[in-house]
Design a protein around this ligand. Structure first.
Ligand SMILES: Cc1ncc(COP(=O)(O)O)c(C=O)c1O
Length: 406
């Protein structure tokens, strides 16, 4: 039975099958009210990097809760927010951290930062963005405008969304665009190397490093949206590292708080930050969400980073990558267009959406939670997944295609 009051995401409420009711979750397992247990192969939309119910993160949360849960960051400050900012600066090499409460809002913050950066220097009319086709940056208005105009929900909101410039990951196309329009472009915004919700497409590090050079040459800022890629998903702490690129602005979310609470961090270089300094109030950054720097979320993020580093998660991710490659690369079945693997992300792309219809029910019946979309069936497991559990996830995904389509 679906609650008649609860409105679900990306779902036609009239025809949606009843969602599964979760009673508890532990490690990689979701425990349902009907007694069934499922391996969460997609880390609750890629955020539960340590799985569920981690004792050390739970302890950090309750310890902070007993002191205070939240205070406004306007005029007040506190240790968890300050310490987390310090940690993120250490990890990214960027100097300044602005917190918000979700990835989408973090992206909005990045966009406003880029636009105001130019205004603060008296450069007029730079308020458009260059973006990649097949990209996705969130569901708020500005973030949506950066996403692929064909694949997503753009067409529904045509006329409402700001219009941006879109290119394929091609340096020639980028240079052509910049030659003509750089006077209007505040920043190039991208998901570095791995484009997630636009269909799990990967592009080479050389494009990103070349894009960095072109951005510098044509006076365009570079925004790296690492909401999905940050915290190890592509095999390094941040995807930008693989291209040797330091963005002007970076957005983190999802794995930042290990799936416990909403929090994002928009980081900026000294160059960007310094443009907001001066005596005039109008030069200050004009943004301030109520829950920015929430103390519970910051404490969770600090505990998560500590575990990530102490337990050498990058090594775990490298092992996940090996297993995913063994399982998926070379896999063929009718209706399957391609398989691809990047970091801790394994993808089966089908010829049409119709081809994978029914795979969710098939996987649930075998103890695995999947949520395919567009033409992709994928896994982005919690990094604590065991080899046995991961092979089971991959096996179930492949079995569906073998069973029904051969
Ligand atoms: C790259 C990227 N940016 C931004 C977002 C939006 O994050 P949130 O859902 O926390 O608003 C997402 C979410 O999937 C994402 O993948």
């Amino acid at each position: 039975m679906i609650s008649e009051h609860l409105w679900f995401p990306y779902a036609q409420m009239q025809t949606m099958p009843p969602p599964l009711r979760v009673k508890s979750a532990n490690g990689v397992m979701l425990k349902l009210e009907n007694g069934q247990e499922l391996i969460d192969s997609i880390s609750s939309w890629w955020c539960a990097i340590h799985g569920y119910n981690h004792p050390e993160i739970n302890a950090a949360l309750t310890e902070q809760m007993q002191k205070f849960s939240h205070v406004m960051l306007g005029g007040l400050t506190h240790e968890p927010a300050e310490n987390l900012a310090k940690e993120l600066v250490r990890l990214t090499g960027l100097g300044h951290v602005f917190f918000a409460d979700s990835g989408s809002v973090g992206v909005e913050v990045a966009m406003k930062m880029a636009v105001q950066f130019w205004k603060n220097q008296g450069v007029k009319d730079k308020h458009k963005f260059a973006c990649l086709l097949k990209g996705y940056h969130g569901d708020t208005t500005g973030a949506m405008s950066l996403g692929d105009p064909e694949e997503g929900m753009h067409h529904l909101f045509k006329g409402y969304l700001p219009e941006q410039f879109f290119i394929e990951p091609s340096l020639q196309k980028m240079e052509n665009l910049f030659k003509e329009h750089s006077a209007e472009i505040a920043a190039f915004a991208c998901e570095p190397l791995l484009q997630g919700a636009g269909g799990f497409n990967f592009y080479p590090a050389e494009f990103l490093s070349g894009a960095r050079e072109l951005c510098d040459k044509y006076n365009v800022l570079l925004i790296a949206d690492e909401v999905a890629t940050g915290f190890g998903r592509t095999g390094t702490m941040f995807a930008c590292e693989q291209a040797g690129v330091i963005p002007d602005i970076m957005v983190l979310g999802k794995g930042l708080t290990a799936g416990y609470l909403g929090l994002s961090a928009t980081l900026a270089t000294d160059k960007v930050y310094n443009s907001f300094l001066g005596n005039a109030y109008e030069k200050a950054f004009m943004h301030g969400p109520t829950f920015m720097g929430n103390a519970l979320a910051c404490s969770v993020a600090l505990a998560s980073i500590k575990i990530f580093e102490r337990e050498n998660y990058l090594q775990k991710i490298a092992r996940i990558n090996e297993i995913l490659k063994e399982e998926f690369l070379g896999f063929e079945a009718s209706g399957v267009k391609e398989t691809r693997v990047f970091g801790a992300c394994g993808v089966i792309e089908t010829e049409t959406e119709e081809v994978h219809k029914g795979i969710q029910e098939f996987a649930v019946a075998r103890g695995v939670w999947l949520r395919p979309f567009l033409r992709v069936v994928y896994t982005m497991p919690p990094y604590i997944i065991s080899e046995k559990e991961l092979r089971k996830v991959c096996g179930v995904m492949k079995e569906f295609f073998k069973k029904f389509l051969h």
